[in-house]
Design a protein around this ligand. Sequence first.
Ligand code: TYM
Length: 345
Amino acid sequence: MRVVSGIQPTGNLHLGNYLGAIRNWVRMQDSLSGGAQVAGGGSAQERGQCLFFLADLHAISMPHDPAELKRGTLEMAAALVACGIDPARSVLFNQAQVPAHAELQWLLGGTARMGWLNRMTQWKDKAGKNREGQSIALFTYPVLQAADVLLYQATHVPVGEDQKQHLELARDIAQKFNNDFGETFTLPEPIVPPEAARIMSLRDGNAKMSKSDASDMARINLADDADLIMQKVKKAKTDPEPLPSEMAGLEGRAEALNLVTIYAALAGETPDAVLSRFGGQGFGAFKPALGELLVETLAPISARFRALLGDHEALDAILARGAAQAREIGLPTLDATYRALGLVR
Ligand code: TYM
């Protein structure tokens, strides 16, 4: 079993990233390095291995500020460690230190099809009506994402709902390559959490919580302090109705559904269990309870985050060591890909 996933190091790590993906990364890391021994005890490699990376190469597909990208990369490394990614047990690195990601992307470029990329909803959303004005990196973004996971023969890729389509494309690319040039890549399986795959904005229950939302009030950042979290929850958009006692009663109430989903994901309960407790109560009672639960979950993470941020040297060293490991793990697949294509080196 090989678990691989990535996050763009732009902006803050927010609650959507955490509940949709990072919390699952930590769980998978812990279960692979902990109790889940194979018969006869096996090495870490036999039990499985996790690779998590900062998708800094993806971050240049949109206009960006180089100084901010540099700062964001170290900050995101600190945030992941603060969330529980342990560089001693998982391989943690940034793409830019592992040239094989960019190389493999080019090698897969002969297999990926324009039509497949044209159908990607992220491309359509980000490009809007101005396709001609976009960078080619924004268009070929999913091919790099396929390279990210195929390079390591990933079996499982924990992501939020919005990345599922990109993973399906990675499978299509792998399948076509294997058919055309011989068995080279493992088909990766996206792992999407059932309960928090899509956390929505606090200002609009129909838009996903995102780093790029202009309003900071739309998202909870992992580094927000307790006062700010309480304030954001208090100001979160809702409707005037009390909470229903069953999920069916949340139909057409996107904002209320989102807050209940967040509560359930944090408390480790089903949304039905949350509603059976809060049904009939208004948001005046529910919001403070949700705010407290958020503060309780995030306070230890943001304390660790702040402590780690001060030590740039340590963060640099973590990424450099992870990148060296990643280069070694990816090398056989990169070589096999060149060979399969008949490229003489
Ligand atoms: P990114 O940086 O936008 O997000 C990182 C992870 O967080 C999840 N996520 C969410 N989950 C639930 N609700 C939300 N509102 C929410 N917002 C974000 C994302 O689904 C993702 O799992 N292209 C990827 C990065 C990437 C990658 C990869 C992922 C590059 N290569 C290879 C997996 C495998 C991205 O921009 O994620």
